[in-house]
Write a protein that binds this ligand. Structure first.
Ligand code: PEP
Ligand code: MN
Length: 355
């Protein structure tokens, strides 16, 4: 796939701001939110018409009828509108109602049959489509959805990073795992990246800091759930902000330039490169010793993985992080990665008949 930087709306606005309620609940609610958003720097109105809920019995959206309310927003407030589609029928009904942009939700992106059905229903239609990351942290699955749409001739595409679901007690509703959208952008550089801090954070108090983080990572836009009376929202009540709060969030964002060419980082970067070279040299040396140990394990018939040794290494280094200069979790993942590579190399030695 050969993507050039796609300006989905053709107006170069930065950042793109998509705002509106999680769900279209009633005609009055949709018109009230949209009217309050006028003049607040919003590029596009959003509202979910068909809501994929985790459990049955939750509010599942009003359905087709709500498309007429979006059509009113478009006509009376001159604001382009967007909604989530999950089937070919949704696409057909949304396009018939004049919806300006469609997005594919996280649960749908995770299902290649559904994405293919949507892609096929969009053949020959020039409408921008945004694709949320799949609920599971799988960059290939996310990229695959873009390939399906691109192959069907949909060229105005954008990605939405809404975080990844995880089991257990958690700070974020959906863990951001920023390294995944970074990897996505390395692979599909031309695709605009929009952050959805509402679904990542799951709490309105986190929307500003997550939006700032997205700006600092050079994202192209934000999708922020906005409701006139968030606590009474029929879906995602904890994470929606009012239109006035949205305006405050947007005004507080600090925009930094992504253009590092003119800044003089030369000497810093040379120093970093020197350290990285030394780290690499040490890693190569360390793996050499690991392979020697592998040969001994092979000779003595010992298992490659020795749990006490692994626990000892992790504990030793995480204890040293108490002064706050390094994050314990970050150090732990570095040593986990080193240990995994040692194991991989030793497994080759233990299992190689020719050693
Ligand atoms: C939404 O945007 O309201 C939504 C359902 O999001 P997601 O697909 O990210 O869960
Ligand atoms: Mn929502």
């Amino acid at each position: 796939m050969d993507f050039e930087k796609i300006d989905i709306f053709g107006n170069g606005q930065h950042p793109i701001v998509i705002a509106g309620p999680c769900s279209a609940e009633s005609e009055e609610q949709v018109m009230a939110v949209a009217s309050e958003l006028v003049g607040k720097g919003v590029t596009l109105f959003r509202a979910g018409v068909w809501k994929p809920r985790t459990r049955p019995g939750c509010f599942e959206g009003v359905g087709q009828e709500a498309l007429q309310w979006l059509a009113r927003v478009r006509k009376e407030l001159a604001m382009p509108v967007s909604t989530e589609v999950a089937t070919a029928v949704h696409v057909e009904q949304a396009l018939a109602a004049g919806v300006d942009l469609l997005w594919i939700g996280a649960r749908t992106t995770a299902n290649p049959f559904a994405v293919q059905e949507i892609a096929d229903s969009l053949r020959g239609v020039d409408v921008p489509v945004l694709v949320k990351n799949p609920v599971n942290p799988d960059v290939d699955l996310w990229v695959g959805a873009f390939e399906r749409l691109y192959n069907a001739g949909v060229k105005r595409l954008g990605a939405i990073h809404r975080g990844f679901s995880a089991y257990g007690e958690k700070f974020y509703r959906n863990a951001p795992q920023w390294q995944l959208p970074i990897e996505f952008r390395r692979r599909l550089g031309g695709i605009p990246m929009i952050c959805d801090p509402s679904h990542i954070g799951g709490k309105r108090e986190l929307v500003l800091s997550l939006s700032q983080q997205a700006m600092d990572l050079n994202y192209d836009g934000l999708m922020i759930e906005t409701h006139c009376n968030p606590v009474c929202a029929l879906s995602d009540a904890r994470q929606q902000v009012t239109p006035d709060e949205l305006a405050i969030i947007l005004s507080r964002l600090v925009h930094r330039s992504a253009d590092g060419v003119n800044a003089d980082f030369h000497s810093y970067r040379n120093r970093l490169d020197e350290i990285d070279d030394r780290l690499m040299e040490l890693l190569v040396k360390r793996m050499g010793i690991s392979r020697e140990i592998g040969a001994v394990k092979r000779e003595k018939g010992l298992t490659v993985f020795q749990p006490f040794r692994y626990n000892e290494t992790i504990e030793r280094y995480t204890k040293i992080c108490t002064d706050g200069k390094l994050d314990v979790e970050a150090v732990k993942s570095v040593f986990e990665a080193i240990h995994m590579e040692s194991i991989r190399q030793q497994l080759r030695i233990v299992n190689d008949e020719n050693q």
